[in-house]
Design a protein around this ligand. Structure first.
Ligand code: NAD
Ligand code: GLY
Length: 362
């Protein structure tokens, strides 16, 4: 039996605490999922991921009597209420009861839909997240945000709902397309910038090995990212305050995604450009020095994430930023870097300063 290399605890009150089981080649270990499931389970996945990893999930479930599968369409366009309803139908049709467990096997799209299903079916059933993209491993599978999109905007319908466990197996990254892998790295870089200068430095030294998907390097990168996310979520589960720091670069990034119709750039590509803009802004506000700005830009460049996302029209971007959900009481709140490893929230940034940061980042 292959061992779990590591275990990170997301320390929340009472029963809401859960482990992230981290390793390389974990999935498929007989009985791995048994402690987090009961008599029934529904695996939510898509055709791509199911072909690659469904059998390993089955092998990980030894003592579950009934395992059903719900395949959803592949991609963001399927993160809808219709898809959500179809998964609920599958639970009802197969007579799943309140002790069932929804197992999300896939990237952030599958995880977000399956999570929202688990949050609402019979007022909440068990949920296990098995993230298969780098973005899902280091971000979306941890922390309990679940949602589907509405035609009026992304993630408008959802719930905070924590899983019982997350299986973070970097072995599944072997099959991830290169562009998706690099996009996920944007979130990894983010953790260094917001919370851990030493981790940022480690990334600078090991980025070439990370890019070749060296398993030991991937385990370290995912572990440190998950530890930081777990710590922030434990401190502020429902984003009443500190959790907002996880959105460093995202206000710019979300605006880039919005003005390009959510199709031209992957989320991580937009966030990478957004972090470059946020670093420039931080220098303009006297929070970071220019060396920090250049280091972040260089690391993003080495990840292959210096893209045309930086060239989006600045007026359109400013407009879209006004619509971002981080606008509170009519004031745009932005996360700025106070030197690599530390960030804070600021509001009332003059429009010209913001504009300058966007145009200078090209
Ligand atoms: P995704 O789920 O669309 O997956 C990307 C692509 O990779 C898909 O085509 C998928 O089929 C394929 N794929 C997945 N795993 C694979 C593997 N191991 N091998 C080969 N192909 C594989 O995209 P994503 O980037 O994982 O997730 C994006 C979603 O995550 C967005 O909807 C976003 O809103 C959401 N998100 C949620 C949170 C949260 O906290 N809940 C945080 C960040 C992002
Ligand atoms: N992805 C940001 C958060 O989970 O809060």
């Amino acid at each position: 039996m292959r061992a779990v290399n590591d275990r990170i605890e997301v320390a929340l009150p009472g029963e809401r605490s859960y482990p992230i089981l981290l390793g390389n080649g974990l999935l498929g270990t007989p009985g791995l999922l048994d402690p987090y499931t009961r008599n029934q389970a529904l695996v939510v996945t898509n055709a791509v991921v199911s072909g690659l990893y469904l059998e390993a999930v089955r092998r990980s479930l030894v003592s579950v009597d009934q395992v059903d599968i719900a395949e959803i369409g592949d991609g963001e366009t399927f993160k809808t209420l219709d898809t959500y309803a179809a998964v609920l139908d599958a639970l009802v049709d197969k007579r799943h009861n309140r002790t069932t467990t929804v197992i999300a096997l896939g990237g952030g799209v599958v995880g977000d839909v399956a999570g929202f299903v688990a949050a609402t079916y019979q007022r909440g059933v068990g949920l296990v997240q098995i993230p298969t993209t780098l973005l899902a491993l280091v971000d979306s599978s941890v922390g309990g945000k679940t949602a589907v999109n509405h035609p009026a905007g992304k993630n408008l319908i959802g719930a905070f709902y924590q899983p019982r466990a997350v299986v973070a197996d970097v072995g599944m990254l072997e099959t991830l397309p290169e562009r998706e892998f690099r996009a996920g790295l944007a979130e990894v870089v983010k953790y260094g910038v917001i919370a851990d200068q030493a981790f940022f430095q480690w990334l600078e030294s090991h980025i070439d090995d990370v890019l070749t998907r060296d398993p030991a390097c991937l385990v370290h990168a995912v572990r440190r990212s998950c530890e930081i996310k777990a710590e922030v979520v434990a401190d502020d589960e429902r984003e009443q305050g500190r959790r907002v720091i996880l959105n460093f670069g995202h206000t710019f990034g979300h605006a880039i995604e919005a003005v390009t119709g959510y199709e031209r750039f992957l989320h991580g590509e937009a966030v990478a450009a957004g972090m470059i803009m946020a670093m420039d802004l931080s220098v303009r506000l006297g929070r970071s020095d220019d060396r920090d700005r250049r280091r972040v830009r260089r690391l993003i460049e080495r990840c292959g994430l210096l893209t045309e996302a930086l060239e989006v029209d600045e007026d359109a971007l400013l407009d879209a930023m006004g619509m971002d959900k981080k606008v509170m009481d009519g004031r745009l709140r932005l996360i700025v870097c106070d030197g690599i490893g530390s960030v804070s929230v600021t509001s009332d940034v003059p429009e010209q300063t913001l504009k300058g940061a966007i145009s200078h980042s090209r």
